[in-house]
Design a protein around this ligand. Structure first.
Ligand code: FRU
Length: 529
């Protein structure tokens, strides 16, 4: 069994240990008279056992109000988003037994509008003795001539399985012949073999799967099938080189294992998104003769809190992407909170400038806008600490346009205490060509990650800085000029850390316009039911 090594901290270690722990936990669960572990499929979300009372979850100030998340407990990767009969279905890696990454199930939610979500019964649970006995890991969902079909990874060892639904996705039956792919191609010593992405092309099914070779690099293997059951390995769809860095000024390595490949057409090109156990990187390039040749590359998100992104095409022909927003606090804090992990807002992908990936929040989110305030033409003088008196909140959409002039850096201060002792800066550094979230003072609590996050971002000579920022309790999602995203987490300890301010460093800057909306919650109880 391989051990995923970086990035997920305790999650990686837990996955490596999960077979052993699963057995121990099962015994403990039986001794304790609990029957929740072996199978949760078909159990309604509200019947699930968890330790934290719902009223505590619903009142938790760190728990978002307008992002999708499970009713309680752990989530990681988005799985199998599918547009089906006019609705968006989203699945996700989920542990219904606690806020820690073990014993993965597929949670399930549905939305008519990409914004308001309803929890549905858990779709997949490990089957004792089956090829997914130690977890139903990530994968995709496709429409097989009218039958919704999930293609996912069972562990351990990592094998590929399918499950189908005959009742509009309320229940799922696993294929009796699972696994449908029992091992990586012969002779390949892979670092992993998981997270299938399936599409239909020229009357056949194709499956891209995340993998890599130690000492060489990450790779995506390509398979072909007529029926989703019998698969032939073709070749590598694409491969990276260990220690290879992304193009441009980025210093992110493409790693040795590519998780969660997402491969899809985008305008007249194709895009491949992979998660490298460190970052989510994309390539927009050419797909011909069943090989993908990468072109423009970049990070789908410049923060360290966004991972395992997956997309779907909807009826409007848009390509919509979600990622898992990880926590930035200790395992103990996550368990105590009774929930961990959040789904990002949906992003609409386009072919951007210079062949790069364009990313913007789905316009549907604007339906949540409430009270609005607008400010125009405010000069920002370096050195002064000023908060906008009339604006406060941790559930806001902020749109700001800056003329950076000759400043070294400029941006917004969010989640600020009145005395500034807690505050987070969203910073465009003109001198270093970076977009950053500076979190050193984001919380007085020592238990949370307060390191800065960010990456390369530059403006053209005549370009203004256009930020769209979504604050939702501990979540911050930033879109800059429709081409860079940065997702982060902050956990201010004071209830009054709700201020919004502006700053410039080195020289003055100009705020051309600022719009702020209070965002309405998507449920009365922070999606706990
Ligand atoms: C990515 C990942 C996937 C795997 C899943 C397990 O975060 O490691 O590769 O299928 O999580 O939960």
């Amino acid at each position: 069994m391989e051990v995923t090594k970086v990035d997920k901290g305790s999650k990686a270690v837990r996955q490596a240990a999960s077979r052993r722990d699963f057995l121990a936990l099962s015994t403990a669960a039986l001794l304790g008279g609990r029957t929740t572990l072996p199978s949760m499929a078909g159990v309604r979300a509200e019947q699930m056992k968890d330790e934290t009372p719902r009223r505590d979850l619903a009142a938790d100030p760190q728990r978002p109000r307008y992002h999708l998340m499970p009713p309680a407990n752990w989530m990681n990767d988005p799985n199998g988003p599918i547009f089906w009969k006019g609705q968006y279905h989203m699945f996700y890696q989920h542990n219904p037994n606690g806020a820690f990454p073990e014993n993965m199930h597929w949670g399930h939610a549905v939305s008519p509008d990409l914004v308001h979500w309803k929890h549905l019964p858990i779709a997949l649970a490990p089957t004792p003795g089956g090829p997914d006995k130690d977890g139903c890991w990530s994968g995709c969902a496709v429409d097989d001539r009218g039958v919704p079909t999930i293609v996912y990874t069972g562990v351990f060892p990592q094998v590929q399985c399918i499950a189908r639904s005959d009742d509009g996705m309320m229940t799922w039956r696993k294929h009796p012949g699972n696994p449908v792919i029992a091992a990586p191609p012969q002779g390949m010593e892979t670092t992993g073999f998981r997270d299938p992405c399936v599409w239909r092309e020229a009357g056949e099914w194709f499956l891209a799967i995340g993998s890599g070779i130690k000492g060489q690099g990450g790779m995506v293997l390509l398979y072909r099938s007529k029926d989703l059951i019998h698969w032939d390995y073709l070749h590598l769809l694409c491969k990276g080189r260990k220690d290879e860095l992304l193009s441009g000024k980025d210093s992110v390595s493409t790693g040795e294992m590519w998780e969660c490949p997402d491969f899809f057409p985008l305008a007249d090109k194709h895009a491949l998104i992979v998660s490298t156990q460190g970052a989510v990187i994309y390539s927009v390039g050419a797909y011909a003769n069943r090989y993908f040749r990468p072109g423009a590359q970049g990070r789908a998100d410049l923060g360290g809190c966004y991972y395992a992104a997956r997309s779907v095409a909807d009826e409007k022909g848009r390509r919509i992407l979600w990622g898992w927003i990880r926590e930035g606090r200790s395992d103990a804090a996550q368990r105590a909170a009774g929930w961990a992990g959040v789904m990002s807002l949906p992003r609409v992908l386009t072919l951007g400038h210079n062949g790069a990936l364009g990313m913007a929040p789905a316009p549907e989110i604007e339906a949540l806008r409430g009270k609005h305030q607008r400010f125009e033409s405010l000069p920002i003088v370096p050195g002064s600490f000023s908060l906008l008196k009339s604006v406060r909140g941790d559930s806001l959409e902020i749109q700001a346009e800056f003329q950076p002039g000759a400043c070294e850096a400029a941006g917004l201060t969010v989640r600020s205490a009145p005395d500034g002792k807690e505050q987070t800066s969203i910073t465009y550094s003109r001198t270093s060509g970076q977009l950053l979230v500076e979190r050193e003072r984001s919380s007085l609590s020592l238990d949370v990650d307060r390191t800065s996050q960010g990456g390369p971002f530059t403006l053209a000579e005549d370009e203004t800085l256009k930020l769209r920022v979504f604050l939702d309790a501990s979540v911050i999602e930033i879109f800059a000029n429709d081409r860079a995203c940065l997702t982060s987490r902050v956990y201010p300890s004071r209830s009054g850390s709700l201020g919004l301010g502006l700053f410039a460093r080195g020289d003055k800057a100009l705020l051309k316009a600022l719009d702020v909306w209070e965002m309405r919650p998507i449920s009365p109880d922070r999606l706990t039911t």
